[in-house]
Design a protein around this ligand. Structure first.
Ligand SMILES: Cc1ncc(COP(=O)(O)O)c(C=O)c1O
Length: 378
């Protein structure tokens, strides 16, 4: 098995996260507590205190899987709990899919930039991974003709991420459908990491990949839009029940089941999802407006690499500063502000800002980022 690459963004965040005061690097919407959830939803969280802590439902409770199936169904595609497998976060879901699909002799195409796991893991499993660079000239969306030209006889998997981390770009349904048609014709699977869905601002919500193709795979989790990363609970959704069986039998070796307490809290949140999503979408919109104002008043020091249409992150260009890894380290240690350097995504000269963090931290952090820029730029 080839050597594992360092997971740059996770290592950077882990190094500084505990010692900063203002975290605008986090990608999750500001995490909720049970007290806040009860207030938001008007429903008390009940847990059966007589319930024994067995392994619980191995694939996730029927109640939780049904809620996730409901979220991913539409007028044309009706999904049930049978189409859903619960995992340890979206990171567990993505890992499992690569584990089930990609190996030596296989070719995998993955958009870039994206969450590094999506391209490093298939490489770790011995597959040849080619990156489909998202470019400004394509509005940071996959270029269909370029993708088509990259297909090989041994291409097994196309990996997308919608909305994109770190760009906040959103692939519309029409382009997704074109990619799916191309992949279906060639017998290639498509994985779409939809962990930032449904956070959309200036565009329509695109269809979920599992709605667009009978073999397409969607991954998602409680971490970002549902503000509950601490549950470590994610999912795979697909119409392809045979694939789900394969993934499930692979999962027997590294998961068994997720915590029954987390499963119950996830069900409680998803039952009340509208209140949670309203809170988080308002938070992201307000923070984004604050960030835009900061950029507009910065005399050209800061610009958006791409103004986000969805998700909870974006890249801010620090004009005139090349070494943003050093900048972000100074920002964390001296100014106590956490933002991930663009180097983690192969885009130096930028920092990644999360717009789902607390508004108070956003308001306090931005002037400090300005001060750090002035100090650095001298
Ligand atoms: C695109 C993407 N996928 C997956 C994950 C992992 O999410 P989870 O907390 O659900 O494991 C992240 C986390 O930042 C992400 O950005």
């Amino acid at each position: 098995m080839p050597a594992q690459e360092d997971f740059l963004v996770e290592q950077f965040m882990d190094k500084y996260e505990e010692d900063v005061v203002y975290n605008v690097g986090e990608t999750c919407c500001y995490s909720l507590s049970l007290n806040e959830l009860e207030e938001l939803s008007g429903e008390k969280f009940e847990f059966d205190y007589d319930k024994r802590f067995t392994y619980g439902s191995i694939r996730g409770t029927k109640q939780l899987r049904s809620l996730i199936a409901e979220i991913h169904s539409n007028d044309e595609v009706h999904l049930t709990e049978k189409n859903v497998l619960i995992t340890n976060g979206a990171i567990g879901a993505n890992f499992l899919i690569h584990y089930a699909v990609a190996g030596p002799g296989d070719h995998v195409i993955c958009v870039a930039p994206t969450y590094q796991q999506l391209n490093s893991v298939p490489q770790m499993f011995g597959a040849e991974v080619e990156l489909l660079q998202l470019k400004a000239t394509d509005d940071y969306l996959p270029n269909f003709l370029e993708l088509k030209s990259m297909l090989k006889d041994n291409t097994k998997l196309i990996v997308l991420n919608n909305p994109n981390n770190p760009l906040g770009s959103v692939i519309p349904t029409e382009l997704l459908a074109q990619i799916v048609a191309l992949a279906d014709e060639a017998g290639i699977r498509v994985l779409n990491d939809e962990v930032y869905s449904p956070l959309f601002y200036s565009c329509e919500q695109p269809k979920s990949l599992c709605q667009l193709s009978t073999t397409g795979i969607t991954t998602g989790s409680m971490s970002k839009a549902y503000a509950a990363a601490g549950l470590r609970l994610g999912w795979i959704v697909t119409q392809d029940l045979d694939f789900l069986e394969t993934a499930s039998s692979r999962r027997d070796y590294n998961t068994i089941s997720v915590s029954m307490v987390d499963d119950a809290i996830a069900s409680y949140i998803l039952r009340n999802r509208q209140a949670v999503l309203d809170r988080n979408s308002t938070l992201c919109r307000e923070n984004l407006a604050i960030l835009k104002e900061f950029v507009e008043n910065s005399d050209g020091k800061f610009t958006f690499l791409n103004e986000p249409k969805g998700g909870s992150v974006c890249l801010l260009r620090l004009n005139g500063i090349k070494d943003t890894e050093k900048f972000a380290a100074t920002l964390a240690t001296q100014f106590k502000v956490l933002a991930a350097p663009g180097e983690c995504f192969g885009i130096p000269g930028t920092i990644r800002i999360g717009v789902g963090n607390s508004k108070a931290e956003m308001v306090a952090a931005l002037p400090l980022i300005g001060e750090a820029y002035d100090q650095f730029f001298k």
